[in-house]
Design a protein around this ligand. Structure first.
Ligand code: URA
Length: 443
């Protein structure tokens, strides 16, 4: 086989067969195919797309390029499930939903990533809990899942190395935003980690990877097809990321807000999102459940304190200071606060999620470049919601900062990105659509 023939084939809009994809991905992984040819091929995929058989095979080949987490020896009384978000601003869902799901009897062996640009990372957020370790050896990771139903670690380098190499290449050659490549990249990591049931939270809007609802649905459909094609029960929800999720943006602030959900004093939207995703997982794992029965069981596990107790167990198991769960105000959060006032009276029309995420990043909560060091204490607390009426001078948000000059520089940027109008806007719901093997339901 010659790489140039495969590039031309894809350039001309033809589909690859399984042998070609195996040759291509394993060859690239072993260094037998040079970056220039691989980037030409990725660009051809960007323009020509892939059918569902190609996406499934590409995913499988990326899985085969590395190790697969094997749960078969652990005698788990249930199957390993996973919840994945495509990422956004203020997305702390995993922090409260993962222990909540484990309290419902699900097994979550999760691998997560760090934040970059306007989006935060679950690992960074969890590291604002004093002592919390995210680098457990694989054996300890699996043992913890067996013992308490939940463990979360950083992505190991042995998993899907072909994806890591291809993703880095796409990043510098302009082919990240390709639905088949994103879908196979995300799903290869879920499959390699051994998840048998997967619920995907596909964010849509200004703070998301996918800015339009249509593209988000296409991405969700691609991932569901891949998951189901590989025998994993897979469901996706399209959720609104036109505005930040919840009130807090920034690492320790988000952990505090996540813990509040488990204390049953959290925001309605966060609670609703968690309950929706966990109920889907329960039904995926046990199809005899109706979604309504699953939901009432899930809510019971929140209201009776089981989810909160599971968070204590989880944090303790990973070396963290569990007292922060009972008193999240002890998390280290910047004491210096600057209010951002509204410049006029009116209705909050939009809160640009990406811009707010970038403001939090510049305060020190995120990374502009991979090597940047973050400050877990800083961030933004939103004080207003889309559709709310505000008076001129009323604070829109609070900036928690360590360097006053950085906070001051964000005031006018944030004011420019929270638009106020004399007409109330149409407020889109958080839950926009649901995608499963049978189709798309829009809300
Ligand atoms: N996240 C991934 O893991 N892969 C992509 O290609 C894009 C986002």
């Amino acid at each position: 086989m010659r790489m140039v023939d495969l590039i031309q084939k894809k350039r001309d809009g033809l589909a690859h067969d399984a042998t070609e994809l195996e040759w291509l991905i394993q060859g690239y992984s072993k260094g037998e195919i040079p970056d220039e040819q691989m980037s030409a091929w990725a660009m051809a995929v960007y323009f020509r797309g892939m059918n569902s058989e190609e996406m499934t095979e590409l995913t499988m080949q990326m899985v085969r390029s590395g190790m697969e987490v094997d749960w078969s020896d652990w005698n788990l009384p249930g199957i390993v499930a996973d919840k994945h978000s495509t990422g956004g601003v203020g997305d702390k869902t995993t922090i409260y939903a993962a222990p909540w799901a484990a309290a419902c009897g699900l097994y979550l062996g999760k691998m997560s990533g760090r934040g970059l640009g306007h989006t935060g990372g679950t690992l960074d957020k969890l590291e604002s809990i004093p002592g919390f370790k995210i680098d457990l050896p694989m054996h300890d990771f699996q043992k913890q899942v067996q013992a308490i139903g939940i463990a979360l670690i950083s992505q190991t380098k042995q998993l899907t190395p072909a994806d890591a190499k291809l993703y880095a290449l796409r990043d510098v050659t302009g082919s990240v935003a390709s639905i088949p490549l994103i879908a196979s990249s995300i799903m290869s990591k879920k499959i390699a980690a051994g998840a048998k049931a997967i619920v995907l939270d596909v964010k849509t809007g200004s703070g998301a990877f996918m800015k339009s609802k249509e593209d988000s649905i296409l991405l969700a459909q691609a991932m569901v097809q891949i998951g189901e094609g590989l025998g994993r029960k897979t469901v996706a929800w399209i959720t609104n990321m036109d505005r930040p999720l919840g009130r807090m943006i920034g690492n320790a602030l988000e952990v505090r807000e996540a813990i509040d959900v488990l204390h049953t004093r959290g925001s309605k939207e966060l609670t609703e999102l968690g309950a929706t995703l966990i109920s889907e997982l329960l039904v995926a794992v046990n199809p005899t459940y109706s979604i309504e029965a699953a939901r009432s069981f899930v809510m019971k596990k929140l209201l009776d304190g089981s989810a909160l107790q599971k968070m204590r167990e989880w944090v303790t198991a990973q070396g963290g200071e569990a007292s922060v769960i009972d008193d999240p105000t002890t998390l280290l959060i910047s004491k210096q606060i600057l209010d951002v006032p509204a410049q006029m009276s009116g209705y909050i029309c939009s809160i640009e999620a990406e811009a707010i995420g970038l403001s939090a990043m510049r305060l020190g909560a995120g990374r502009a470049r991979k090597q940047d060091v973050i400050d877990h204490r800083v961030g933004i607390e939103m004080l207003v919601e889309q559709g709310q009426f505000v008076y001129a001078g009323q604070p829109l948000c609070k900036l928690y900062y360590e360097q006053h000059v950085l906070a001051e520089a964000e005031v006018s940027r944030i004011q420019a990105n929270i638009t106020i109008s004399d007409q109330p806007p149409e407020v889109l719901p958080l839950l926009i659509a649901r995608v499963d093997a049978f189709g798309v339901t829009k809300f």
